[in-house]
Design a binder for this molecule. Structure first.
Ligand code: ADP
Ligand code: MG
Length: 147
C-alpha cells in the first residue's frame, strides 16, 4: 500500500514523526529515502521526540549509527551515506530490527544486504520552500495506523 502525506513545515514533519513513534510496532525498520535536505533527519527528530528521547538528534552521517536507549523504547538511527563505497562488514546487522525498538535507516540503498523484511519505506521529496511529500510504502496493516 502507498500513503501520501504532505507537510508544509519542518514542525509538521516532526509532528508526523511523533505520531510514527506512537503507532509503529517494535522491531520495525523504517527506510528513509530522498535527496540531501529532503527532511529525513527531521523526521527522525520527530520520532525521537515521540519516544521521549532527550537531546538533539543529529544526522549520524559522521557516526554512521546512533543508538538511543533512554526513551520509551530504543531507537537505532543509521545513516549509511558514508558506506557508499565501502564493502566492509562493520557489524551493523547486530542493531537493525532490534526487537524492543525502532530502527530508522537513511540511505538504505548503500546497505542493501542488511535491509530486513519487516519494514516500511518513506520516500521524501522536496516540493520547494517548506513543502515536502512523504510517500509511505508498506503493509496496509502498518500504514493504516499512520493515516
Ligand atoms: P536530510 O536528512 O534528508 O538530508 P534534513 O532533515 O537534515 O534532511 O534537512 C531538512 C531541511 O529542510 C531542514 O533544514 C529543515 O528545517 C528543512 N525543512 C523545511 N521544510 C521542511 C518540511 N516540511 N519537512 C522537513 N524539513 C523541512
Ligand atoms: Mg540526514
Amino acid at each position: 500500500m502507498e500513503l501520501e502525506i504532505i507537510t508544509t513545515s519542518s514542525e509538521e514533519t516532526i509532528q508526523l514523526g511523533e505520531k510514527l513513534a506512537k503507532v509503529l510496532p517494535n522491531g520495525l525498520t523504517i527506510l528513509l529515502t530522498g535527496d540531501l535536505g529532503a527532511g529525513k533527519t527531521t523526521l527522525v527528530r520527530g520520532i525521537a521526540k515521540g519516544l521521549n528521547i532527550q537531546g538533539v538528534v543529529q544526522s549520524p552521517t559522521f557516526n554512521i549509527m546512533k543508538l538511543y536507549i533512554k526513551g520509551n523504547r530504543p531507537l537505532i538511527h543509521i545513516d549509511a551515506y558514508r558506506l557508499a563505497d565501502i564493502d566492509t562488514d562493520i557489524g551493523l546487522d547486530e542493531y537493525i530490527g532490534y526487537e524492543t525498538g525502532l530502527t530508522v535507516i537513511e540511505w538504505p540503498i548503500y546497505i542493501p544486504k542488511l535491509i530486513p523484511d519487516f519494514k516500511i519505506e518513506v520516500e521524501i521529496t522536496n516540493l520547494g520552500d517548506s513543502k515536502r511529500r512523504l510517500l509511505f510504502k508498506g503493509d496496509e496493516t502498518l500504514l493504516k495506523e499512520v493515516k
